[in-house]
Design a protein around this ligand. Structure first.
Ligand code: CTP
Ligand code: CA
Length: 229
């Protein structure tokens, strides 16, 4: 760890971090999920704790252990995660949405295990989940810092950073942490490379290396946005 780091710069602050990936049930045994491991979210929680914050993690399907002195609320679906955020965010100084939240869930959940019906294909009807980050931005208490994460892939419509900047402006969070995923990057790996954008899409930081190092870089940007006590 870095001796020059201002450990203690989050003393007296409450930080809520969402981590992991939601699972949306299809039937009694199946779900729609994603590959988020929760490692980056847990690293953020541990880094914030090291710097003195009171930390609660809302963990969506994370099997990792969490450091001592960090409160943990386990959830599974986007709706459950949304309710946990609604109850914990109002008193937080910073809320970091590191969880990968499903955008859609099955419209109905079969009580028993679905059977093949003999046809060559099948269609699952999906409905949108609530945009939790948008809700946070809309309901944000004065001076609360709200942080989003965006896992992006480059495509014909734009680069990772172009997509990230457009999303930063659209989302209106104080910070958007953008990382490139796909091709083995991002999910389930020990290291991470991110670019940190503000709500105008401007680059305010970048970090590469361990997820704990990336976490501290994100916290540096959060700390400078918190009002002085
Ligand atoms: N997020 C959320 N609620 C959702 C979906 C996403 O709060 N229902 C949050 C994520 O936790 C993340 C941020 O929004 O912090 C950005 O997620 P992302 O999937 O990149 O954004 P979307 O608006 O869902 O855009 P896309 O269509 O690219 O998935
Ligand atoms: Ca999404």
């Amino acid at each position: 760890s870095d001796a020059s780091r201002p450990w203690g710069d989050l003393v007296g602050r409450t930080v809520v971090v969402t981590a992991g990936g939601t699972r949306e049930p299809i039937d009694a045994v199946r779900y729609l999920g994603n590959r988020s491991s929760g490692m980056q979210g847990f690293a953020l929680a541990e880094a914030a704790r090291e710097r003195g914050a009171e930390v609660t993690v809302i963990a969506a399907n994370v099997t990792l252990p969490l450091g001592e002195g960090i409160a943990r609320v386990d959830v599974s679906t986007a709706d459950e995660l949304s309710r946990a955020v609604e109850s914990l965010a109002p008193t937080a100084d910073a809320v970091v949405m590191a969880a990968a939240v499903a955008d859609y869930r099955p419209q109905s959940v079969a009580a028993s295990k679905l059977k093949k019906d003999g046809s060559a294909g099948m269609t699952l009807e999906l409905v949108q989940t609530p945009d939790i980050l948008a809700g946070l931005v809309a309901a944000r208490p004065p001076s609360q810092v709200v942080v989003g994460f965006a896992a992006e892939t480059g495509d014909d419509a734009g680069s990772v950073l172009q997509h990230g900047a457009a999303k930063a402006r659209r989302k209106g969070a104080d910070l958007l942490v953008v990382n490139e995923v796909g091709g083995g990057r991002g999910f389930g790996t020990a290291d991470n490379t991110v670019t940190i954008l503000d709500s105008t899409g401007a680059r305010v930081g970048e970090a590469t290396g361990s997820k704990l190092g990336v976490a501290h870089a994100v916290l540096d940007r959060i700390v400078e946005r918190l009002p002085s006590e």
